[in-house]
Design a protein around this ligand. Structure first.
Ligand code: ZN
Length: 433
């Protein structure tokens, strides 16, 4: 294979480390796109008739659509599209979060998405997100912030105080999760908004930062992404679901030859059902596509010639829990991307779209695997079916096999991301369907 896997994984790990929140992920992607000459469009401005070239547009600073417009008629040629999501389960700071208990300052948190909660204990946590502040002239502006250092922790309860812990400890998210930030003297208080204001000033001395009005701040693990295992077979990192797919999609778009119109969409809010203006149930992608097609007949013609690959991680078969998989559909790490199929349309894959992907893998010498959930278990879902029904495009759900999905630290094979990159690049370069 042509891709130097080590180099690819270094880029992937750096992208994950630089993207503790969806806002940071979109900022990281914008930077990479601008470096390659992509032009930013704004939803609130007129686009006129776009000439062939490279463009991107964001919504809510947390979702992004980037595309190549090739020469020729879009309605008769269609677009090859890849989708992924920018968000991951995490703990999100409440609007009035401060509480002091037993001299310790803690912050109240909500659980964002279907997080595995136990792994959040005893980690060195930091905070990052978007802050909305007021300028001297009463304007409201927004800026990204990242404390970077370990500033908080959620300590476990000692086993001596809960002897049955290994059989039965459950986590009450309201009671057990508020992270501890600092110890206060008697009568001392700490205002979280004032803390954010100070951090924003330190991080952005060039800006005229005033009073912080609101924020979306998440806790995250400060441990960096790493290639692990005795022979470097694994990648251990936070947010592999689904920053891995965002990164692979982005690198594939950047590497595509640009002779075919191609598009990457990375939506926020997948982990909470996608129902938001920037989520896959919102009209962000649809609105971009409508603006590219100019009228409804062109739109439908374009969709009929297009295809979407929805990339989101798949469950690898875990050696200690192998019975959780159907024996014939247990994807292995480092054995290639996984086609995800579900008869009840929890995945958007059809035989038409999976055939295209299987053929692409074969042509590019990349192995491919299949996942179907056990018939006696419920199936997860992703942006594939939502996007397919929202914009009316034939769609395929795929992803790289991973362990520990929705943990604070997930595990993937170190060779799978580069393999998926090969296939998605070929897909972007492929002729119409
Ligand atoms: Zn996901």
């Amino acid at each position: 294979m042509a891709i130097p896997t080590t180099e690819f994984n270094q880029g992937l790990c750096a992208f994950i480390d630089n993207s503790p929140t969806p806002y940071h992920a979109v900022a990281s992607m914008k930077q990479a796109l601008q470096k390659e000459g992509f032009i930013q469009l704004h939803e609130g401005e007129s686009w006129g008739q776009l000439t062939p070239g490279r463009y991107y547009v964001t919504r809510n600073d947390s979702s992004i659509v980037a595309f190549y417009l090739a020469e020729g008629d879009l309605a008769s040629q269609g677009l090859n599209m890849v989708g992924a999501h920018t968000d991951s389960p995490c703990l999100k700071v409440k609007p009035q979060p401060e509480r002091v208990q037993k001299t310790l300052l803690q912050l109240g948190v909500e659980v964002y998405g279907g997080a595995l909660l136990n792994p959040w204990f005893d980690r060195d946590l930091s905070m990052a997100g978007r802050v909305s502040y007021q300028t001297e002239s009463q304007q409201i502006k927004h800026v990204l912030v990242d404390f970077e250092q370990a500033v908080a922790v959620i300590p476990s309860l000692a086993i001596h105080l809960d002897r049955d812990v290994n059989q039965s400890r459950s986590v009450n998210p309201q009671q057990h999760l508020p992270p501890i930030l600092t110890q206060l003297d008697e009568g001392e208080t700490l205002d979280f908004r004032a803390l954010l204001e100070q951090q924003c000033r330190t991080q952005h001395p060039e800006l005229n930062i005033g009073k912080v009005l609101d924020y979306e701040i998440c806790f995250y693990d400060t441990q960096k992404a790493a290639v692990t295992g005795l022979s470097g077979d694994f990648i251990s990192a936070a947010r592999l679901d689904n920053l891995l797919s965002c990164y692979v999609g982005l690198q594939s778009l950047l590497k595509a030859d640009g002779k075919r119109s191609a598009l990457l969409v990375c939506n926020d809010h997948e982990e909470v059902g996608s129902q938001s203006s920037s989520g896959a149930q919102g009209n962000f992608l649809q609105s971009v596509l409508q603006r590219l097609s100019y009228n409804s007949e062109n739109y439908q013609r374009m969709m009929d010639h297009s295809m979407m690959i929805s990339a989101d991680n798949a469950h690898a078969v875990h050696p200690n829990y192998a019975d959780r998989h159907d024996a014939e559909h247990g994807p292995l790490l480092n054995k290639g991307p996984v086609i995800k199929t579900n008869a009840n349309q929890r995945y958007a894959t059809s035989s038409e779209t999976s055939a295209v992907f299987r053929q692409l893998c074969e042509i590019n010498d990349v192995p491919v695997q299949d996942f179907v959930v056990r018939t006696d278990m419920a199936c997860g879902s992703t942006i594939g079916p939502i996007t397919a029904s929202n914009i009316g495009v034939r769609t395929l759900d795929i992803g790289v096999p991973t362990f520990a999905m929705h943990s604070i630290r997930e595990l993937a094979g170190s060779r799978d991301a580069a393999m998926l990159h090969t296939v998605l690049t070929a897909f972007f370069n492929q002729n119409s369907h």
